[in-house]
Ligand binder design. Structure first.
Ligand code: BG6
Ligand code: MG
Length: 213
């Protein structure tokens, strides 16, 4: 048991549930409509990054300048398509492994929070049946700076009433591990962040968290 850890802050997309494919499909449609090149490799760079910064990355390939109004309209297009896909999510999109592991961690006395860059985090949590589950939710609606800035995790820790050193961040994105590192949190990495150099606890699967506590 990591005795000084009292709270766990989970990234949402790619950790608790898998909305990355919906982000990809929605950005891809937007890009196709605009005649902009977009592929899975570019998509990987969007993991954990805010909507506005994601659009900037996608527009790197384009020679002409988009006005702020055009950019805002492209983000609305993308988000509308993304939310249509999110609306198809149900409690079946929360795996038994994730739910049982969360329940067990809570039974062990740990406080559980979300730290997500997404402005859709609360909608996603509702869809998968975790609307009222977490002790704190810090998301894209309460931050000015997105990962790799630590703000979203610092606010989650503050909501829990713990110091960063007392919290473990669980992330799938390198940008998220960088954010946790910058904020002096403990860091567990899953999926693409598993083998990242700054990751302290590599997880093969979500239930591996039970080997830490
Ligand atoms: C993060 C995703 O959770 O949220 C990013 O990993 C996404 O890919 C970001 O860009 C912002 O999401 P939203 O829902 O506010 O567009
Ligand atoms: Mg993620």
């Amino acid at each position: 048991m990591e005795s000084n850890i009292r709270g766990i802050i989970f990234d949402l997309d790619g950790v608790i549930c898998f909305t990355d494919i919906f982000h990809y499909q929605a950005w891809k449609k937007m890009a196709d409509n605009e005649g902009i090149e977009f592929n899975e490799k570019i998509n990987e760079r969007l993991r954990g990054v805010s909507r506005a910064e994601s659009l900037e990355i996608i527009l790197e390939k384009v020679s002409r300048e988009y006005t702020p109004e055009e950019k805002a309209s492209l983000m609305v297009q993308k988000n509308n398509m993304y939310r249509e896909l999110l609306a198809t999510m149900t409690t079946a999109d929360l795996s038994d492994e994730v739910k049982n592991t969360l329940d067990t961690l809570r039974e062990k006395g740990l406080k559980l929070a979300i730290g997500s860059s997404s402005k859709n985090a609360k909608f996603i949590l509702q869809q998968i049946g975790l609307g009222d589950y977490f002790d704190a939710v810090s998301d894209g609606t309460n931050i000015q700076r997105s990962k790799p800035d630590p703000q979203v995790f610092l606010m989650a820790a503050e909501m829990l009433g713990f110091a960063p050193e007392e919290c473990l961040v669980v992330e799938d994105a390198e940008a998220g591990i960088d954010a946790a590192d910058a904020g002096h949190f403990h860091k567990a990495g899953i999926g693409p962040a598993r083998n990242y150099g700054k990751t302290e606890f590599p997880l093969n699967s979500f239930a591996d968290l039970l080997q830490i506590f």
